[in-house]
Ligand binder design. Sequence first.
Ligand code: BG6
Ligand code: MG
Length: 219
Amino acid sequence: MLKACIFDLDGVLVDTAKYHFVAWQRLANQLGIAFTETDNEQLKGLSRDASISYILKKGNIVLSEYDKQHYMAMKNEWYLALVNTMDESEALPNAKELLINLKDNNIAIALGSASKNARLILEQTALLPFFDSIVDGTRTTKSKPDPEVFLTAANDLSVHPKEAIVFEDAISGIQAANVGGFLSLGIGEPTVLTEAVWVYPNLTSLNFEQLINLYNSKF
Ligand code: BG6
Ligand code: MG
C-alpha cells in the first residue's frame, strides 16, 4: 500500500537551480574559471562540497581545505541573499496543491534533499507545514546516489521503502531511490532520467488518485 511520498527539493518543489547558477558563476568568475549553464546542469543534486570540487577541477585549481571552506561559505552567502527574496509564488506549479491533496488522503510526506538550506527554502515558500519529516544536508553524511537520505526519511515516517514513492529531478537521486528499494518518479526528461520507474515533465498532472494507480500497477 502507498503510505508515503518523499520529495527532493531543488528542481522538484522549487526552482533554485537559477540561484545556485548565479552564485556559483560569481565564485567561478572570481577564480578566473568559466561557468556555464551546462556546468550548472552537472551540479544538480551534488552537495555543496562536490560542487566546488567540480568547479576547481574544471579550472585546474587546487585549494587548501581552509580556502575551499572559505569560498563555499562565500558562495552560500550570495545564494542565501537570493533565497531570502523567495516567497510562496516560487513553489513550482501544483507543488502546494499536491502536498495538500496527499495530506488529505493520509499519505505521509518527507523531504529528502542534499541542501543544508532546505528548511529555510521550505519556510520562504510556505511549504514547511506539510512535511512530517525533513531529511536535509545537515542530517546526512553520504550524498546521493547513496540511499541514506531517503532511508532516513522512510525511517522517520516508519514506512518500508516499498511503501513510498520518491520524487527526484537528478539522475543521482533516482539511483539513490532505486538502490534504497523505493519506487522512483523522475521530474524532467525521460531521455535523461532513464533509470526512473516513471518520468513526468513536472508536478502539474499529478494527484493522489493517479499516484495510487501508478503505485498499484507495480504490485
Ligand atoms: C541540491 C541541489 O538539492 O542541494 C544542488 O540540487 C546543491 O545543486 C545541493 O548543491 C546542496 O545545496 P546547499 O543549499 O546546501 O548548498
Ligand atoms: Mg534536485
